[in-house]
Design a protein. Sequence first.
Length: 117
Amino acid sequence: MSARTCPECGGLVASTIHVCPHCGYHIDGSAYASTAHRGANPYNSIVWSIVALFIFWPCGLVSLIYYLKSDSSWCSGDAVGAQTNGATSIRWAKSTVWIIVISVVFLFLLMLLSLSV
């Protein structure tokens, strides 16, 4: 794999990617070179991932991994991959909330049953 220099920031960019990972500049007129695709990842789910990490870390960790995959896909110019990984990240984070809600309801019912006996 060869590397080339980004004309925008001067950073080294692998020849297999079309977006500079340092500044986001689109190199050699790829299909994602529109200005609408520049900037921050719109499929960012870091808040959900961090909340899930504190609530129930196993699901939160998976959510964080998919967030990082989404961000990596976005930086390499793969908008579809970024969207897919971002949605998966949010799904894992929201499942954390459901796990906690179901656990609390179950414990509440268990407490009620133990009091009635």
